[in-house]
Design a binder for this molecule. Structure first.
Ligand code: UDP
Length: 333
């Protein structure tokens, strides 16, 4: 069985879906603080998925899950993932994201489980010194979210040296879209992310979209990010698991499209893709946001054989369908 922490959340659930297509047997471990039971129930209809409600901060929960099930590898998504929240409540991030991860890997070792794929982030790089950002770029996070992810990366690499724990660290850039049949999708409460927020305005759920700052040092003044499709990103986890099994060594990969789009560009593409006009206003910068982030993913392409296949327009179209579905209140497919 593959243990997927945070499998009821956005990226974790799409990784489960990707693994189910190859008949993997999955055990989702999630405290449902930010993930959703409806997502788990949808996944359970699509393949062999067991659910364990547990919290990484409680070593007892982890002890029980490892005792009860035969776990061969771990995909570790469970984490708080909001940059601005991390600036306001850093301790919450260190406790859940760092201590929770340490609990997890200690219990893995105790049970002789030595393969883990870890969800890291481009937020570990901080303000970039050059573009595109490759894995060798210095890591100087500018917010506690990135700091906590970097800390876990370091611990994983230490545990390899000390105890032979093998990890593939995947540094995600921004993520967009959902399952091609809209069975699962991006479901955050409250929603803070760019594309869903624009689409909520496009469907009139919200009135006015706010751009967080147009005074950055970029061509149109708004922040530039690299938006990778969530299904493409999910597929990379399967490749990472296969890599761990085959190569039995730790490694680090950036996952992005290698193309940056500004907030204003994303806004225009959304309006065009869903054929709707959206009201917008410029407001203050959001704490913790670097101006520009986009990936060099050559290493993942070369070593994992990964390639992002879906376009930004496809991601936006999918996210739009999902947004409309969410608004009907019918979450279970
Ligand atoms: N953003 C924005 N308005 C919103 C949400 C996000 O202007 O309602 C901007 C945000 O400041 C950042 C970019 O869009 O520059 C991407 O933000 P998101 O929250 O989607 O992802 P993050 O970069 O924080 O992972």
């Amino acid at each position: 069985m593959i243990l997927v922490t945070g499998g009821a959340g956005y990226i974790g659930s799409h990784a489960v879906l990707s693994l189910l297509k190859d008949n993997y047997e999955i055990l989702i471990f999630d405290n449902l603080e930010r993930g959703h039971i409806e997502t788990v129930e949808t996944l359970q209809k699509l393949g062999k998925v067991t659910f364990f409600k547990g919290d990484l901060r409680k070593a007892d929960d982890l002890e029980r899950v490892f005792k009860q099930y035969n776990i061969e590898s771990v995909l570790h998504f469970a984490a708080f993932a909001l940059v601005e929240e991390s600036v306001k409540e850093p301790f919450k991030y260190y406790k859940n994201n760092v201590l929770g991860s340490v609990n997890l890997i200690n219990i893995m070792l105790k049970n002789n489980v030595k393969n883990i794929v870890f969800s890291s982030s481009c937020a570990t790089y901080g303000e970039p010194k050059y573009f595109p950002i490759d894995e060798k770029h210095p890591q100087k996070p500018i917010n506690p979210y990135g700091e906590a992810k970097l800390e876990v990366e370091k611990i994983l690499l230490e545990y390899d040296k000390l105890y032979g724990l093998k990890s593939v660290i995947l540094r995600y850039f921004n993520v967009a879209g959902c399952d091609e049949y809209c069975r699962i999708g991006e479901w955050h409460e409250p929603e803070t992310h760019l594309i869903p927020n624009i689409l909520k305005c496009a469907t009139n759920k919200e009135k006015i979209f706010k751009i967080y700052g147009d005074d950055y040092n970029t061509p149109d003044g708004t922040c530039i990010r690299d938006y990778v499709n969530v299904e493409d990103l999910a597929d990379a986890h399967k490749l990472a698991l296969e890599y761990l099994k085959k190569e039995n060594k730790s490694d680090i990969f950036n996952l992005g499209t290698e193309k940056g789009n500004s907030v204003k560009e994303i806004f225009d593409i959304c309006e065009k893709t869903v054929n709707s006009k959206v009201n917008r206003e410029i407001t203050h910068r959001r704490a913790g946001d670097p101006a520009i982030l986009y990936a060099d993913s050559a290493k993942a392409k070369k070593i994992l054989g990964w390639k992002p296949n879906r376009t930004l327009e496809e991601s936006i179209q999918r996210a739009f369908e999902w947004e409309k579905k969410m608004q009907t209140g019918n979450y279970i497919s």
